[in-house]
Design a binder for this molecule. Sequence first.
Ligand SMILES: *[C@@H]1O[C@H](CO)[C@@H](O)[C@H](O)[C@H]1NC(C)=O
Length: 207
Amino acid sequence: MAMAAAAAASSSYLSNASAILLYAALFLAGAHAEPDPTQVATTSQVPSILPVCKTVGGGSTFFDVQFCLEALGSDGRSANAGANYGACSVIAADLLTANATSTADKIDGLLRERAGKDDDEATTTTRCLRACRALYGGVVRGQPGCAAAVRGRRSGEATRCLERAASAAEECEEGFRKSKVASPVTMENDDAFKLAKLAVALLSWAH
Ligand SMILES: *[C@@H]1O[C@H](CO)[C@@H](O)[C@H](O)[C@H]1NC(C)=O
């Protein structure tokens, strides 16, 4: 299109004025064809969950709007969850299940790698990892019942088990901190903690 315009503009059949008009017409046509980037972001990529995430993320000290958008946005079901806080809470609880399961697996792998390492720091790290494995084992065992409580909107029971999951993630991280060794699962603990808190917040808005 630009080449055609340039060719047309340099043609001796066109006066300068009509060349300018042609450019203007092409420019306007092009501008109209461009999608508005702000509209794409708010209406097709993160359609229904934005208001929900603004509400729960804006009012939380545990996670922000961005975390909520990324977490819920990673699950295809959120496209149809609309402003349904209960449905969003179910999604967050399911994400927590997947997270806790993969974290438990990761810790199993780390423990296998560590077998045989026995200097002081390795022993301390191994001990912390075992404690974390037990904590995440509890979360994984509790999650089917917990997610069912979220689905059934049994708020008291659901909130208690989600808070237990958040505490387990915190306790795992705290173990490393107290023992003064680096945590290999900081990111996982952070995600699990925030997902549990997100599910609690969403549930508290579901009526
Ligand atoms: C855990 O949750 C975080 C936050 O939603 C996400 O970025 C990450 O991909 C999840 N990991 C797994 C294994 O589900």
